[in-house]
Design a protein around this ligand. Structure first.
Ligand SMILES: Cc1cc2nc3c(=O)[nH]c(=O)nc-3n(C[C@H](O)[C@H](O)[C@H](O)COP(=O)(O)OP(=O)(O)OC[C@H]3O[C@@H](n4cnc5c(N)ncnc54)[C@H](O)[C@@H]3O)c2cc1C
Ligand code: SF4
Length: 579
């Protein structure tokens, strides 16, 4: 169907045989808005946060259009159980990288397509610790969040049910808690982590927390343990907003316009945004009018869009009166440690994410640096492994073939270390342009003293665990994981871009809600926190109602928690927990 077709036809609950999710069929009815219609909300980017917002706002009765640069995946047609065949899941378009410790951008970095990064994520879903929200107060580094752990806790609990998350009945770190679904069995890498940690007296947690079904729920089957999570999970056992939230959004009247790249956000004479200019799948420039805009493009594309939307009054980027837009970009240290064992490991026979320890998460003054790290299982498939052997072992040619023929004897575990927010780590606009003629992002990244000490200590600890597990050879690869920051939230409009609910300090009907608003990142994977923040912002917008559009005085009071907005099956029964 042409994306311009002026269809305002049938929509509602999918008829039998038409569904999204595993085995989805895309001929499900979807409401389509005309370009000339001014919708309530235009959401840019239907990824982890954008998918949750789209679903909540549609259920809340708003007219919502989601513009998504990538495709609306048909999991049956588009996804394959093949590592090389999944590379189209990533944002592979041009980005410029630099600095003393340049980030590898492109594949394995951020997502593109409905579901965004949640399509290719490993789905580890630990919560942030209470201390993460107060790192400046507690440790004198970084910055405090404008909200506390207690503000997000109800949304952690809610999203853990909506995903749903599987994990142990008692997770001992941070704010101790249990999980709605029971844990997964141990795979080869989990066994290595548990063995190594146990021999060293380090507490370790198995079977999650991970947003992968340990038992079937609704129309989603349980995990079949083939380790293709980062390739999209054709099975449908792993959560992505593509299968957990977007179908419900469509059933409640949201429109998702795929292959639509937002180019700039327009500002009206009254200082309020009026809509979004975008390029559709045919490359035509179009305009979606909206009463409010929410940018959910993630840590690089969100600042890029706002910087590209510079206009009179905001010459240095829309909503950038503070000058902080693009700054304080963070990645986590993600060094991968590989170990060879005499016995077979067969690490692919499990989800990459299924065991971890957060015993080193908090600051320990004896270590000589602030903040800490987690140690987690990973599960590189052959192409990723070959690359890691090339870097970590210098293996090449016949040597690489030999080590790959031996790869079932190798296991992998990884560091997940907190790198602090630094002003010079930033996203700017490059001179180079993309296929639409839009300037691309230029990313600068430097490690600072605290980061270097933390990484050095952390990688030695992970190697120690690998050796304690019985590895006869241990090598490691320096790398980074996850991206957050670059449009941070804060109470002070001079030092942050958005407030505690994602509203830009400068423009009352422009919001940002995605990983870019995180002020610090802890050493927990960020996806759960990003989706929880989106659910909280949605509750806020629904409570505020039309006041968001009229731009009058707005409340900063916490909204009531809307459990009634959860997608179907959220409160159903799965594999019972033991608590
Ligand atoms: C290999 C890998 C494994 C990971 N594993 C984990 C894990 O185990 N646990 C975890 O918590 N996190 C994990 N992550 C990170 C996680 O996926 C991201 O932090 C999260 O998805 C970010 O959510 P978001 O909503 O901010 O952005 P995204 O989910 O990336 O969504 C942004 C969306 O916006 C779209 N977009 C951007 N710009 C535009 C534009 N101009 N116009 C239209 N659309 C646009 C993009 O196409 C994308 O779909 C992993 C990441 C990678 C790369
Ligand atoms: S291991 Fe489980 S969650 Fe991962 S891709 Fe396979 S079925 Fe999906």
């Amino acid at each position: 169907m042409s994306p311009q077709a002026p269809l305002l036809g049938e929509f509602g609950a999918p008829p039998p045989g038409h569904r999204l999710g595993s085995n989805q069929q895309l001929d499900m009815p979807m409401r389509r808005y005309r370009d000339s219609e001014c919708v309530d909300y235009c959401i840019v980017g239907v990824g982890s946060a954008g998918g949750v917002l789209l679903q909540r706002l549609a259920r809340g009765g708003f007219q919502v259009v989601g513009l998504e640069a990538g495709p609306f995946w048909d999991t049956e047609r588009d996804w394959v159980s093949d590592e090389a065949g999944s590379h189209q899941l990533y944002w592979n378009e041009l980005r410029i990288t630099g600095g003393e410790n340049p980030l590898a951008l492109g594949a394995n970095n951020s997502g593109r397509g409905v579901g965004g990064g949640s399509v290719h994520w490993a789905a580890f879903v630990p919560r942030f610790h209470p201390s993460d929200f107060r790192v400046h107060t507690l440790d004198g580094v970084g910055v405090d969040w404008p909200i506390a752990y207690a503000d997000l806790k109800p949304y952690y609990e809610l999203i853990e049910r909506e995903m749903p998350a599987s994990g142990p009945p008692h997770f001992p770190w941070g704010d101790p808690h249990g999980y709605p679904y029971g844990p997964h069995p141990l795979g080869g890498n989990g066994n290595i982590l548990v063995t190594g940690c146990t021999r060293l007296g380090i507490p370790v947690c198995i079977g999650g927390p991970v947003a992968i079904l340990a038992g079937s729920r609704g129309d989603r089957p349980h995990c079949i343990y083939r380790g293709f999570c980062i390739q999209g999970c054709k099975v449908g056992a792993k959560q992505s907003t593509l299968i957990s939230h977007v179908p419900d959004a469509l059933a409640h009247g949201a429109e998702v316009r795929d292959h639509c790249m937002a180019a700039r956000i327009e500002l009206g004479d009254d200082g309020r945004v009026t809509g979004v200019i975008f390029f559709d799948r045919e490359g035509r420039e179009r305009r979606q009018l909206a009463k409010a805009v929410i940018v959910c493009g993630y840590a690089i594309e969100t600042p890029r869009l706002l910087l590209n939307s510079a206009c009179p009054g905001f010459e240095h980027g829309l909503a950038n009166s503070s000058g902080t837009l693009g700054r304080y970009l963070m990645a986590q240290a993600g060094n991968v440690v590989l170990g060879r064992f005499d016995e077979l490991v067969r690490q692919y026979k499990a989800p990459p994410a299924h065991a971890l320890t957060e015993e080193f998460y908090e600051t320990d003054p004896a270590r000589g640096f602030a903040r800490g790290f987690a140690v987690q299982t990973v599960g590189p498939l052959p192409i990723a492994m070959a690359r890691q052997f090339a870097v970590a072992k210098g293996a090449w040619g016949w040597g690489l073939r030999q080590v790959m023929m031996d790869s079932n004897h190798w296991g992998a575990i990884a560091l997940l270390g907190e790198i602090l927010p630094w002003e010079d780590n930033r996203v700017e606009i490059a001179e180079e342009k993309d296929r639409h003629g839009l300037p691309v992002a230029k990313v600068t990244f430097n490690l600072h003293e605290n980061d270097k000490k933390l990484i050095e200590f952390g990688k030695r600890k992970v190697m120690e665990i690998m050796r304690a597990a019985g590895a006869t050879e241990v090598v490691q690869e320096d790398r980074y994981a996850h991206l957050v920051g670059a449009a941070r939230m804060g109470s002070d409009p001079r030092a942050s871009v958005v407030d505690a609910f994602g509203r830009t300090h400068d423009i009352p009907n422009l919001f940002i809600c995605d990983g870019s608003i995180l002020p610090t990142q802890g050493s927990a994977n960020p996806g759960l926190t990003i989706q929880a923040l989106a659910a909280r912002t949605a509750d806020y917008l629904i409570r505020e109602g039309a006041a968001v559009f009229s731009g009058g005085k707005h409340s900063m009071e916490a909204p009531p928690l809307r459990r009634d907005l959860s997608p179907p099956d959220t409160w159903g029964h799965g594999v019972p927990t033991m608590s």
